[in-house]
Write a protein that binds this ligand. Structure first.
Ligand code: SF4
Ligand code: SF4
Ligand code: SF4
Length: 257
């Protein structure tokens, strides 16, 4: 069953428990930062008198995965879009392609990897809720099957029509996402992207890639670079030892940029 999250901006009290729980669950170093980084996978921002969470939306057809030349990102049947640092070649096409500007890079590290919410894939696979949903004291972040979350969102909107916009953000945006949001403040005023295509941008992947300067050249280098990739894999494995995907390791005395 495909699982996901429903964030209800009308219930969020801005306590930040979700962001702290994410840090703890994924062993992410440092304090929760103002914006998402490779070490802060979710934030809570006050906008227009409401609070909004920022995190990976876990697209049903993720563009990040579709542009990745080495399949370091993939959508799992349970819903999370997960990342394998040992496959990653560091090209950062995922960062350029994501319609929600989610993946972040460890710019402060000699051997950087990408960081983003993984929808607590390990917990979800064991049938547990995500750490952020478990920590939320206000039912503002709910975990469940995507179908049930859509039903719950519709129920909340139906029972309090004056209290919500009649829209579930993520139900159709970018082809649909596993993380969805409801609100009484227009989504664009919460800083969420508007006018996203209803079809998955992943379908346009090759158009995206062809617009990236030197992609063909980079691809050629990639094809000749299997040896280099294998070498990076070894270096990444040493710099970011497993167990994964609990979270990237980073030196505690170095803050991300
Ligand atoms: S929001 Fe971006 S990083 Fe997350 S699954 Fe979608 S394309 Fe990938
Ligand atoms: S689902 Fe897990 S990884 Fe994603 S924001 Fe919540 S706690 Fe962090
Ligand atoms: S834990 Fe719940 S109420 Fe607190 S900031 Fe996160 S979503 Fe909002």
């Amino acid at each position: 069953m495909s699982m996901g999250l429903l964030f209800d901006a009308t219930r969020c009290v801005g306590c930040g428990a979700c962001a702290s729980a994410c840090k703890e669950q994924n062993h992410l170093p440092g304090e929760v930062e103002e914006r998402t980084t490779a070490y802060t996978w979710t934030t809570v921002e006050e906008k227009e008198g409401a609070y909004v969470r920022h995190l990976c939306m876990h697209c049903l057809v993720p563009t990040c995965a579709s542009v990745c030349p080495v399949a370091a990102l993939k959508k799992t049947p349970e819903g999370p879009v997960v990342y394998d640092s040992e496959k990653c070649m560091g090209c950062r096409y995922c960062m350029m392609a994501c319609p929600f500007d989610v993946p972040k890079y460890q710019w402060d590290r000699a051997v950087p990897i990408v960081g983003k919410c993984i929808l607590c894939a390990g917990r979800v696979k064991e049938g547990k809720p995500t750490a952020c949903a478990e920590a939320c004291p206000a039912d503002a972040t709910l975990f469940g099957s995507r179908a049930d979350l859509i039903k719950e969102a519709k129920k909340r909107i139906r029972e309090n029509p004056g209290g919500y916009l009649d829209h579930i953000y993520g139900q159709t945006e970018a082809g649909g996402t596993s993380v969805m949001m409801i609100s009484n403040v227009p989504f664009e005023k919460l800083g969420l992207k508007k006018d996203l295509p209803g079809e998955p941008p992943a379908l346009r992947t090759w158009q995206v890639l062809s617009n990236i300067p030197d992609f063909v050249a980079v691809w050629g280098v990639f094809l000749y670079g299997v040896h280099w990739i294998t070498a990076r894999r070894d270096v990444v494995a040493q710099a970011h030892p497993r167990p994964r995907p609990e979270g990237p390791e980073a030196p505690k005395d170095r803050r991300p940029s």
